[in-house]
Design a protein around this ligand. Structure first.
Ligand SMILES: Cc1ncc(COP(=O)(O)O)c(C=O)c1O
Length: 491
């Protein structure tokens, strides 16, 4: 019978696995970004049934090298410019390995004391690093938690806001008044806003529209004010507003200060989705630019998996009112005997089961701790500013060719642009702009040497280049720009 822990195999194949990781990174640039395979390819290669007899790790690693690794999309490729980056680091790999030692689910403090306390500590470090209001520190009314993704985080902020509002109005959770709750979110927001509200069963949802003039996407705070006033007149109960800093489309930010003021005056919970752009708050200049010194938001999510090198999937979420979140989740445990322990009863500790949908969790705090320590705030700042500097270079390339225009101003390391003139220099008619740019996008991505996605906001379709990978250099951007110009030469 196979031993479940075999020291010589652990050391031999552990080393081999680390070598494979190293090679993968070294050979990235020669590999296609999106693999050339069709859906179902893996089912056609791998056996239809699980093996009855044990197989050797050496065979499994060989299969991984042959069939799995080449057929992953290379998010770390220097020419991957799509979506938002999902970067990682050697510190992440090492911390992830160590996190698996005890596989501690850490749902209560006693289930894994150091895991819980390390999460407390890195969450508080985050408040300091990102310059967030002190109310988000654990010793105050709030606190941070590492959730699996922004979707979970958004769903929980809606839940906490709902509890807070019901308490404020003196309703029980089963009160039919709950059907009068109304939520708002900006059109710049990710689809996750609509999902979170749908899964929470919120009956009334309003989308605050995005406007576009002078090459700028923007939200008018007065639109929210008018919506709230109208809803109140109709007997509805405004309770939650979702805003975004760093929209997945054009990277734009909602007017946090003004929306915050409206939310405060109307006792509406304000959430900020800063999944990508939140990493830039390590640089004081960007936190001041986007958060505008506001103290009015009640929750904020920063996805360390995007621009903070933590790998998937880890979204640091801060709540300024942990009671509203914790209390209802504790109640839903129905006094389960197996969750009881003397530390929970006797101490002021964090039981993370009261901060998330599932009870157990992965030890993500370890990799956050490794990342923050191996880079230091200085290194994290440089990770942001280096990518922004490269984006500025790319922005200059776009501006140097009058066949193209920037659709909006560059936000951090994201440049949004489109082709506006044909090969003869004639302006492409309005009704053909989208079609031409979609064709151009397909052409750029053909061959899998470069990878971009398009986006549409305020009915404008555009191409976007976001820089976030450590291996991207100016020469890669020069090659990309030459490629884009060549692809557009017969339009
Ligand atoms: C601004 C923003 N919010 C939310 C999400 C969704 O994040 P998740 O997949 O972690 O739920 C993304 C994903 O790219 C995003 O860019």
């Amino acid at each position: 019978m196979k031993k479940f822990l075999n020291t010589s195999e652990l050391l031999k194949y552990g080393e081999e696995a680390l070598r494979i990781i190293d090679q993968q990174y070294k050979q990235l640039e020669q590999q296609p970004i999106v693999p050339n395979v069709e859906p179902g390819f893996l089912r056609n290669i791998l056996p239809k049934h699980p093996p009855y007899k044990p197989e050797s790790l050496s065979t499994i690693l060989e299969d991984t090298k042959r069939h799995i690794l080449p057929n992953l999309t290379k998010w770390h490729h220097p020419n991957f410019y799509a979506y938002f980056p999902a970067n990682t680091s050697h510190a992440t790999f090492i911390a992830d390995l160590l996190a698996d030692i005890n596989n501690a689910p850490g749902f209560t403090w006693v289930c894994s004391p150091a895991m819980t306390e390390l999460e407390n500590i890195v969450a508080d470090w985050g408040v300091q690093m990102f310059g967030l209001p002190e109310k988000f520190l654990l010793k105050n009314t709030g606190g941070g938690v590492i959730l699996s993704n922004v979707g979970e985080s958004l769903f929980l902020t809606v839940h906490a806001a709902k509890i807070k509002k019901m308490k404020e109005l003196g309703f029980t959770f089963a009160d039919p008044q709950i059907t009068k709750l109304v939520a708002y979110y900006t059109e710049t927001g990710h689809v996750i806003n609509a999902r979170g509200l749908m899964l929470s069963g919120i009956p009334h949802k309003r989308v605050i529209p995005v406007h576009y003039t002078n090459k700028q996407f923007f939200i008018k705070p007065e639109d929210l004010q008018n919506m709230i006033e109208k809803d109140k007149k109709e007997g509805l109960i405004p309770f939650w507003c979702g805003t975004t800093v760093g929209a997945t489309t054009a990277g734009c930010a909602d007017p946090i200060k003004e929306i915050g003021q409206i939310c405060r005056e109307n006792k509406v919970w304000m959430n900020i989705d800063a999944a990508w752009a939140g990493a830039s708050f390590v640089v004081p200049e960007y936190r001041d630019l986007y958060l505008q010194g506001s103290q009015d938001y009640n929750s904020i999510a920063i996805n360390f998996a995007k621009w903070m090198m933590s790998g998937m999937s880890s979204s640091m979420t801060y709540f300024d009112d942990k009671e509203s979140l914790n209390e209802s989740l504790i109640r839903s445990d129905h006094n389960a005997e197996y969750l009881k322990n003397r530390y929970t009863d006797e101490y002021d500790i964090t039981d993370y089961k009261n901060w998330q949908i599932g009870t157990g969790k992965r030890f993500h705090a370890l990799k956050f701790w490794y990342i923050i320590r191996t880079f230091g705030i200085e290194g994290l700042q440089q990770n942001v500013t280096d990518k922004i500097e490269l984006a500025k270079e790319f922005e200059k390339m776009v501006l140097s060719d009058e066949r193209f225009e920037l659709v909006a101003k560059r936000e951090l390391s994201l440049v949004c642009f489109r082709l506006i003139r044909d090969k003869n220099g004639k302006v492409i008619p309005q009704d053909r702009l989208e079609e031409s740019n979609r064709k151009l996008l397909n052409k750029i991505n053909t061959g899998s040497r470069f990878y971009l996605v398009g986006a549409k906001l305020a009915d404008i379709f555009f191409l976007r280049v976001v820089i976030g990978n450590h291996s991207t250099e100016k020469r890669n951007l020069e090659e990309l720009w030459k490629h884009i110009q060549t692809c557009s030469s017969d339009f």
